[in-house]
Design a protein around this ligand. Sequence first.
Ligand code: B1M
Length: 211
Amino acid sequence: MSKIQEIQSAVESGKKKIVKELVEEALQEGLDPVAILNQGMIEAMGNIGEKFKTGEVFVPEMLVAARAMKAGVEVLKPHLAGGQHTTVGKFIIGTVEGDLHDIGKNLVAMMVEGSGFEVIDLGVDVSPETIIETIKANPDCCIVGLSALLTTTMPSLNRTIAAITEAGLRNQVKIMVGGAPITQDFADTIGADGYAADAASAASLAKEMIA
Ligand code: B1M
């Protein structure tokens, strides 16, 4: 089994400590951090999601896999983020109301921060009101990033954008949306300024949005 396969298997089985050790070893062996992330960890979360769908695993297994992935990402973080120190703008990010998934949102935050933005991470289950208060408290903010992982929370994206518009703040910020069920078409329908399919694309799009 290759090191990346070992990482994938340890994430899937939720072995947090082993994931950390394996990622450290993989980095020492000179493996590409992006490959460790994509083929080792993100693929493992895809596999666990499939197993959940077919009833092979349940919520607790998804949860421990998520914790194991987070532990691995912590080790990878300094190798992925790019480490740019100048601030090119502010990026408010959160997972929308009703949604507790944060791994993808955290990766986006990390990559956007690495490309020079000051990131204000509001966490998960973020209400439109909290987003509005945060925009008001940061009048120099340029981008609001909203993540949704459930088909049932996709309407929260819509509600958040509508609330930002009603509050008279829509012209003040660009809005980027993303998450597994989101598409460019959906983003266009709800009036977002941009959609990114993954964390690296989110970081490039953020830079384009303020150019
Ligand atoms: Co949940 N869950 N989950 N889950 N979970 C999914 C999403 C699901 C697809 C699993 C499945 O059925 N196959 C399914 C949704 C089905 C649907 O909506 N059609 C599902 C379900 C049903 C649920 C519950 C309802 C289960 C239940 O309770 N019965 C429940 C809902 C809780 C809630 O939110 N209210 C639930 C709970 C959980 C846990 C808490 C146990 C855990 C989350 C832990 C955590 O995040 N801290 C969990 C997990 C781990 C998953 C899976 C297995 C993995 C998600 C993940 O982290 N992926 C997931 C299955 C899957 O995704 N295949 C599943 C890895 C991550 C890197 O990818 O988040 O897509 P992703 O992020 C990507 C891109 O999407 C993009 O960039 C990221 C990096 O490349 N991106 C953005 C994300 N946000 C972006 C924002 C941007 C731009 C790009 O701009 C701002």
